[in-house]
Structure formats: structure tokens, C-alpha cells
Design a protein around this ligand. Structure first.
Ligand SMILES: Cc1cc2nc3c(=O)[nH]c(=O)nc-3n(C[C@H](O)[C@H](O)[C@H](O)COP(=O)(O)OP(=O)(O)OC[C@H]3O[C@@H](n4cnc5c(N)ncnc54)[C@H](O)[C@@H]3O)c2cc1C
Ligand SMILES: NC(=O)c1ccc[n+]([C@@H]2O[C@H](COP(=O)([O-])OP(=O)(O)OC[C@H]3O[C@@H](n4cnc5c(N)ncnc54)[C@H](O)[C@@H]3O)[C@@H](O)[C@H]2O)c1
Length: 469
């Protein structure tokens, strides 16, 4: 079969359901190709299932904090299959809803299979070769696979396999002290597993400020997570009994072994660009396989766009969705469908970096960090506030963490903020639109937040801005 479309959309990553319906509503004939579960990583094996487990883990943790509040819960029982059930159910519902919407739409043709380029206008999927005027590559990323002696003879886990477990790990070893490792470490510790993190570096969350890694360590260690820094995993082998996996590692040159029942590898992610036969279309990637894109997410072929994790410009659901908006602004203008003022069209450089890491309490960031502020050529002021001074945190007895706000000394713009502490994942959102407005921090200072909330001292913190560099 040979078919021609207005647009081929490869991979149902996170921008799919905000953009494809707009294309279809505009009367475009769209082919959507998906090789796995519809809805991609976030819905199936990422954000949604993990945050469902974060909620369960927090409920268990709170039930165990009776001493802080004057109650006791006797004999708290964990039913692991029931804990895992909601995330399994939710992801099933989400993926089938997306597939049904796309399949049932009259202007949309769905192809199930792996897309490979034939040339810069056509793509092969199974026995079909289809072509289009425009192509969007939205194929995401996957976990880095460990390459270790013995890895083939043990059953190791990645985030997907972990979410399908039906037995609670007795001892979960996690290789990697990044986002995935940390979130899962606290989840499973709160469920009752013994948890050990292996981190090859000297700190957790190495890209963050030093104090942020230290606070994360304090939170996790206080709950009983063990962390082994400077650890180089050398090999794995099968052991005896419950803790049936032996992890052989060196620390400061000394060989050691840890036995665990389960091992999760969370050592980074690689783009799925290698599945696409990009060479046939002459699409450029960088040396890590990320598809090179310009400010409007176009590849070196202007009619082919690279959206989401695969372009290396972000590694989050919201950055993927925002890439979709950038594509839409550009494509819809090209097609005469965009009647907004051209200066409103979004580009990559308009986006402020923002994310939350959902350990409890969460780390939330927008714009620059202290590390980046110190490296920047600007003159930067910083305000800091320990969470222990915020009354809402005290009332909740959740006082671990810190707030930092960065201001450009000349323009007075807020350049970034970190809120690591209870409520941080939500409160960080107030900075994002403010930073887009480029207003002076003095305007933020005039704002009044409700009492008692975590946000209420943010304006006050700005009274203590000090020169960082
Ligand atoms: C455990 C975990 C937790 C996370 N938690 C968060 C969080 O809390 N917040 C957050 O913002 N982000 C989180 N992320 C990151 C987030 O899931 C991703 O950044 C997000 O899914 C964006 O990916 P994407 O839209 O680029 O593509 P994806 O969502 O990865 O989708 C790509 C799709 O393309 C398909 N595909 C691949 N190759 C082909 C091919 N050749 N042909 C056809 N189809 C193909 C895949 O099957 C997949 O369905 C988490 C990730 C993980 C792993
Ligand atoms: N809350 C969120 O938004 C969220 C949650 C989970 C994942 N994610 C996304 O997924 C991406 C990938 O997460 P990740 O945690 O896999 O990667 P990561 O790059 O964040 O962290 C990997 C960690 O593993 C360590 N490491 C690498 N190889 C090692 C080895 N052999 N032995 C010991 N340690 C080793 C690294 O030093 C690093 O600290 C993140 O960048 C993030 O964008 C986001």
C-alpha cells in the first residue's frame, strides 16, 4: 500500500493529544505511527504510574507518623498487589483512550509498528510505505541498558519492569542516584523494602547545587535508605535465598559485594532516534543520538520536526508538550491557520527550565540554579530561606528543605528559584509566569499570599537579597 498524507506523526509522545486533534480539526490528513503502547512513557511507564505510587507511599508514611501528631496505627499491613493495582489500571485506561480517539477519527490513519525513514518524505511501517509533506518525529527515549558481566543471567529491572512487579522486593538495589533512582528509592522504602542506592559519583543529583544533593540525602537516609557513593559496579551474579542477586562493586578500589532480591538500573536515558533509519532521510543527530533542531524544533530538513525527549532540549513531559506548541505555532502559521501576532509564536529559547522531582518533600526548580548563577556572566543576587522558618512547614512538621531565589542585579528580573520542601512542586508554578513577564522582583515583593501557606514568605525572602557574585 502506498498512501500520501498531509503529515506523518511518528510516536505518540506527550504532545500527541494536544496537537494531533488540532491538526485533525483543521482538516489535515494525518498518519500516526506507534510501535508500542499509545501514550508513550509518561502515561505508561513514567510520570503517571510513579506519581500514583508516590501518593500511596506518602499515605503509608503519614500513617506511620502518629508519634508526631498523637495517634498510633497498630499493625499497618501492606497489600502490595492492591498498592500496584491503581497505576496498572490507570495506564491501561489512558493508553486505550488515546488509541481509540486516534483510530476512530475520520481524518486520522493509525499504523501500529516501527517507523523507518525511506527518504525525507516517506516512511515505512510494516509492509506499508507512506509519504507526507511534513513529518513530526516524537519517539521519546528509553532507559540506558547496563552492560555488565553476568547481566544476562540475572533478572534486572528498569522502570517499566519495576511497575509490573507483583511481589514487594525484600531488598531493592538501585543503580543510579538521579531522578528515577531517588523517586523509586523512597517509594519502595515506604512500602517496606530495604533499599540501597549505588551512585558512582560523590553526591546525589550531581547536576544540582551541592546543598540540594545533601538535603535529598538527608531526607532519604532519615527514612532508612542506604546510599553507597563512589561505587563502580563491576559485575553481577546469581546468589542463594531471598537476596538472590549479588552485586559486585568496588569502592575506593576495594572490592565488595552486596546481595539484593531485586536490582533497578536507573542510569540515564537514550533517545529512540536509532530506531528510525534517519540516515535514509539525511536527518542530523548529535554524538549522543539526539536529533538536532532549531528554535522552532525543525530538523536540518525544514519540513521535518523533532519534538520531545528525542531532541535533547528537555527530558520532561511539560518540555515535550511545549515542543508540540512550538511546532504548532510554526506549522499553523505556515499553513495560514495562525492569526496570532507573529511575535507571540513560541520558540525554544522562550522556555524557562522548570521541573519537580517527586520525592517527599519535593524538589522544584525554575530558571537558573545557584551553580548556574555562579557560572553566569551576570551580576546575580540571591535570597535564601530554610523551610524550617515557614510556619506551614512547621505546622505539618515537615521542615526539611530550602528556598532560593535568584535576581539579576541590573535588570531586577527574577532569573530562577528553587523550592525544595513541602508544597514546592505546586508553589514553583508562581514563578514561571512572573519570569515570562520579565517584571522587577519588586513587583513580586508587593504580592500577598494567603496565610499559612508555603508561599507566604517568598516575597519577604526578597528583603534579604545578597550579592552572589
Ligand atoms: C520513571 C519515570 C518517571 C518520570 N516522571 C516524570 C515526571 O514526574 N514529570 C515529568 O515531567 N517527566 C517525567 N518523566 C519523563 C517523561 O516521561 C518524558 O520526558 C515524557 O514522556 C516525554 O517523552 P516524549 O513525549 O518525548 O516521548 P515518549 O512519551 O517517550 O513517547 C514516545 C513514543 O514513541 C514510540 N516510538 C519510539 N520509536 C518509535 C518508532 N520508530 N516508530 C513508532 N513509534 C515509536 C514509543 O513507543 C513511545 O510510545 C519520567 C520518566 C520516567 C522513565
Ligand atoms: N520528576 C521528574 O520529572 C522525573 C522523574 C523521573 C525521571 N525523569 C526524567 O528521566 C530522566 C532520566 O532519569 P535517570 O534517573 O535514569 O537519569 P539521570 O541522568 O537523572 O541520573 C542517572 C544517575 O545514575 C548515575 N550513574 C550512571 N551510571 C552509573 C553506574 N554505572 N553506577 C552507578 N551510578 C551510575 C549518574 O551518576 C546519575 O547520578 C531524567 O533526566 C528526567 O528528565 C523525570
Amino acid at each position: 500500500m502506498s498512501k500520501h498524507f498531509d503529515l506523518i506523526w511518528i510516536g505518540t509522545g506527550q504532545a500527541t493529544m494536544s496537537i494531533v486533534p488540532r491538526l485533525l480539526a483543521a482538516g489535515k490528513k494525518v498518519a500516526v505511527i506507534e510501535s508500542g503502547n499509545f501514550g508513550g512513557t509518561c502515561v505508561n511507564t513514567g510520570c503517571t504510574p510513579t506519581k500514583t505510587l508516590v501518593a500511596a507511599a506518602r499515605a503509608i508514611f503519614q500513617a506511620g507518623r502518629g508519634d508526631n501528631f498523637g495517634f498510633s496505627v497498630d499493625n499497618l499491613q501492606i497489600d502490595f498487589e492492591k498498592i500496584m493495582a491503581p497505576q496498572k489500571r490507570n495506564r491501561g485506561n489512558a493508553t486505550s483512550g488515546i488509541e481509540q480517539f486516534l483510530t476512530n477519527h475520520q481524518h486520522c490513519t493509525v499504523f501500529k509498528g516501527r517507523a523507518e525513514f525511506v527518504d525525507d518524505k516517506s516512511v515505512k511501517v510494516n509492509e506499508d510505505t507512506i509519504s507526507a509533506e511534513h513529518i513530526v518525529i516524537h519517539v521519546g527515549a528509553r532507559p540506558v541498558e547496563p552492560e555488565l558481566p553476568g547481566i544476562d543471567i540475572i533478572e534486572w529491572l528498569d522502570n517499566e519492569k519495576l511497575l509490573n512487579l507483583s511481589e514487594l522486593p525484600h531488598h531493592l538495589a538501585i543503580v543510579g542516584g538521579g531522578y528515577i533512582g531517588l523517586e523509586f528509592s523512597q517509594i519502595f522504602r515506604r512500602f517496606g523494602s530495604k533499599v540501597t542506592i549505588f551512585e558512582r559519583g560523590t553526591a546525589l543529583l550531581a547536576r544540582e547545587d551541592d546543598d540540594i544533593g545533601e538535603i535529598a540525602e538527608d531526607i532519604l537516609v532519615s527514612e532508612g535508605v542506604e546510599i553507597i557513593y563512589n561505587s563502580q559496579i563491576e559485575s553481577v551474579s546469581k546468589g542463594e535465598g531471598v537476596d538472590k542477586i549479588n552485586i559486585h562493586y568496588t569502592q575506593a578500589g576495594e572490592p565488595k559485594t552486596l546481595a539484593a532480591s531485586h536490582t533497578l538500573f536507573a542510569i540515564g536515558r537514550v533517545p529512540n532516534s536509532d530506531s528510525l533509519n534517519l540516515a535514509a532521510a539525511g536527518i542530523d543527530t548529535d554524538n549522543r543520538g539526539f536529533i538536532k533542531v532549531n528554535q522552532t524544533v525543525q530538523t536540518n530538513h525544514p519540513h521535518i520536526y523533532g519534538v520531545g525527549d528525542v531532541n535533547g532540549k528537555g527530558a520532561f513531559t511539560h518540555t515535550s508538550v511545549n515542543d508540540g506548541e512550538i511546532f504548532w505555532d510554526h506549522y499553523s502559521r505556515l499553513m495560514g491557520l495562525n492569526d496570532e501576532a507573529p511575535e507571540l509564536d513560541r520558540t525554544l529559547s522562550m522556555r524557562d527550565t522548570t521541573y519537580s522531582m517527586f520525592i517527599d518533600p519535593p524538589l522544584a526548580r525554575v530558571g537558573i540554579s545557584e551553580k548556574e548563577a555562579r557560572q553566569s556572566s551576570r551580576s546575580v543576587l540571591m535570597a535564601t530561606l530554610p523551610m524550617s522558618r515557614i510556619s506551614r512547614a512547621k505546622e505539618k512538621q515537615e521542615t526539611k528543605g530550602v528556598v532560593k531565589i535568584f535576581v539579576d542585579a541590573e535588570s531586577e528580573e527574577i532569573l530562577g528559584a528553587t523550592v525544595f520542601g513541602t508544597g514546592g512542586d505546586e508553589i514553583i508554578g508562581v514563578f514561571a509566569p512572573f519570569m515570562q513577564s520579565k517584571a522587577s522582583y519588586k513587583t513580586f515583593r508587593r504580592a500577598v499570599f494567603p496565610h499559612p501557606t508555603v508561599g507566604e514568605l517568598l516575597p519577604w525572602a526578597l528583603d534579604d537579597l545578597t550579592q552572589l557574585k
